[in-house]
Design a protein around this ligand. Structure first.
Ligand code: FES
Ligand code: MG
Length: 572
């Protein structure tokens, strides 16, 4: 009886009189016997399934495996949908809606009779959004990722999302026919799951495992591998015990867990999007985290995983090589090994029986895949609040570079000009794309890896220094400076850059400098006007008014922190 009293769900199902009748009676139309309501841990399965989010298209089946585990352990599983964000279809960018989806998850969790939460996420934003929401409630919570697709197979070789950019460039150069282009689509996406390279979805799956909110091996088991179903099943069992142990998110998501996640992200060559999502999650759970932490904690970490886009393998290969636990084991000397994880053991203990089966895929500290890893944070008059670069995806020769800016005022300007034959630029130019930030697009889209002008591609140029206040796809690569803060649309210096200005990048010294005098910039500022985006109502209007800058995690200012799980009033 004592146990039952403790269950939060009994504030609904355990009530007498009219309220209790209403809370139970309508649930019984789904065929649940009366004793399900008598104090069992009620487990909410927060599902981002959607046919418009193909990466999460298998989640209804995955949820059934979670339920098996919950029933088996004596819990009462109840699945519910939340807003799902599909990276490939949603305009103008899913990032605009990450915070909205987080609000959906938060309120759906808090407002319902739930004791523990299983979060199902896969495609890029579906992971951080629902974890952010869950953090603001802080119930016992376990995450299950949907898993990566199997390696794409095209003309005898493995392909993944990173090849999209390569196919597209080859197609623009006239080297790849339209017929083969379309064939490659089907050959790349041939199974359930999210992008198979170390893009943002895989990065997020590794992030939640490194933070400790999943069972070991969450990150890499392919979506179509039966062991993904087993993981869902045992996660379902485990959440019931987590409720009994009151193992809430804030007990797992400590400062140490965030530092571990940053180090693991460096070693896997994770996406730059990791930065804005981890900052936002930290902001919700109440852990202080700064942009500099990403640079500082990745400094001593080499790149261990030989995965696209920094290397050559994909997530399926990563799993067969031992997966994330094998990489974590290799990193043990650096990590906080005592950090608690969802199974009640420490992240260190979880790797005791783990073996690396392929050192070509997962290198060692003595013999890493590359020395450069992680996220470099640069500052200067162009980005006083910082900007980031992923050294492992950049061209070493361009990490120290001075060149003339060629400015695209916004994405429309870019699209109008990029294929023109006579632009005033050469391979030493620095491409600048403005108005791609959180407020300025709005939603900070993945356009920051500014595809090279056709006249450069025709010359065989494959990389140039590029700078924007936007993000880039985790599957993209190049010497790309992203997340310039403050963004151009709020009147930052970045908005004042003109074609012909000299820009100097010095990654070794973490500097990004616009060689234009303060006087000239002040003069330009006088004629600067904030862009009118034409968003005058609805969520986008609220978003633009409240969104914070990239170095703060792009959350809405009023969503920071948590409100706990208490709800005082009944609904009738
Ligand atoms: Fe969904 Fe890449 S498009 S993970
Ligand atoms: Mg992506």
């Amino acid at each position: 009886m004592d146990d039952k009293k403790k269950m939060r769900s009994q504030n609904w199902f355990g009530k007498t009189g009219k309220d209790g009748f209403i809370y139970r009676a309508w649930m019984k139309n789904q065929g649940y016997p009366a004793d399900e309501f008598e104090g069992k841990p009620v487990i909410g399965i927060c599902n981002t399934w959607s046919e418009l989010t193909p990466c999460n298209g298998h989640f209804r089946e995955l949820a059934e495996h979670v339920k098996r585990g919950v029933w088996e352990a004596g819990g009462f599983p109840l699945e519910f949908p939340v807003m799902s964000l599909g990276e490939t279809l949603m305009k103008p960018t899913t990032m605009l809606y990450r915070n909205l989806a987080s609000m959906d998850a938060e309120e759906s969790i808090r407002g319902n009779p739930l004791d523990g939460i299983v979060l199902l996420g896969g495609c890029d934003k579906t992971t951080p959004s629902i974890l952010m929401g869950a953090c603001s409630v802080d119930l016992p919570t376990i995450f299950i990722s949907g898993g990566p697709m199997l390696n794409g197979k095209h003309k005898g070789r493995d392909i993944g999302t990173t090849d999209v950019w390569k196919f597209s460039d080859a197609n623009r150069r006239g080297e790849l026919s339209q017929k083969e282009f379309v064939e490659a689509e089907a050959n790349m996406c041939r199974s359930d799951g999210h992008c198979a390279v170390m893009g943002t979805a895989s990065t997020m799956a590794c992030m939640v495992e490194a933070l400790g909110v999943t069972l070991p091996h969450n990150a890499a088991i392919p979506a179509s591998d039966s062991r993904r179903k087993v993981l869902a099943h045992i996660s379902g069992r485990r959440i019931v015990d987590m409720v009994k142990e009151d193992l809430t998110l804030s007990k797992i998501l400590t400062r140490e867990a965030f530092e571990n996640a940053i180090m693991v992200n460096a070693a896997i060559g994770g996406s730059t999007n990791f930065v804005v999502h981890l900052l936002a999650i930290a902001g919700r759970i109440g852990v202080k985290l700064d942009l500099e932490d990403f640079d500082k904690f990745s400094e001593k970490i080499p790149l261990l995983a030989n995965l696209l886009p920094s290397g050559k393998f994909m997530m399926e290969d990563f799993y067969y090589a031992g997966g994330l636990p094998a990489l974590i084991k290799e990193l043990k000397a650096h990590l906080h090994t005592n950090a608690l994880t969802a199974n009640g053991k420490s992240i260190g203990e979880n790797t005791d029986d783990i073996t690396c089966y392929d050192t070509n895929v997962i290198g060692s500290l003595e013999n890493p895949f590359k020395d450069d890893s992680g996220i470099a944070v640069v500052r200067g008059n162009l980005c006083p609040d910082g900007a980031i670069l992923k050294p492992s995806a950049a061209t070493p020769a361009l990490m120290q570079h001075k060149g003339r800016a060629f400015v695209f005022e916004d994405i429309e300007d870019y699209k109008a000009k990029v294929d023109l034959p006579d632009l005033d630029l050469d391979e030493n130019s620095v491409l600048v794309l403005k108005n791609a930030g959180p407020k300025g697009y709005p939603g900070m889209p993945e356009v920051g890896n500014i595809g090279l002008p056709k006249m450069m591609l025709d010359k065989g140029i494959t990389d140039m220094v590029r700078i924007s206040d936007g993000r880039m796809s985790g599957t993209a690569f190049g010497t790309v400076i992203l997340h310039v803060s403050p963004e151009s649309a709020v009147g930052g210096t970045f908005g004042l850059v003109e074609t012909g200005d000299i820009i100097e990048l010095d990654v070794a010294n973490r500097k990004l400098t616009l060689h234009v005098s303060d006087e000239v910039l002040a003069e330009r500022k006088k004629s600067w006007k904030a862009p009118d985006l034409g968003y005058n109502r609805g969520y986008a209007k609220m978003y633009i008014e409240h969104v914070e800058q990239a170095h703060q995690g792009v959350d809405l200012d009023f969503l920071k922190g948590k409100s706990g799980s208490e709800v005082n009033r009944d609904s009738h």
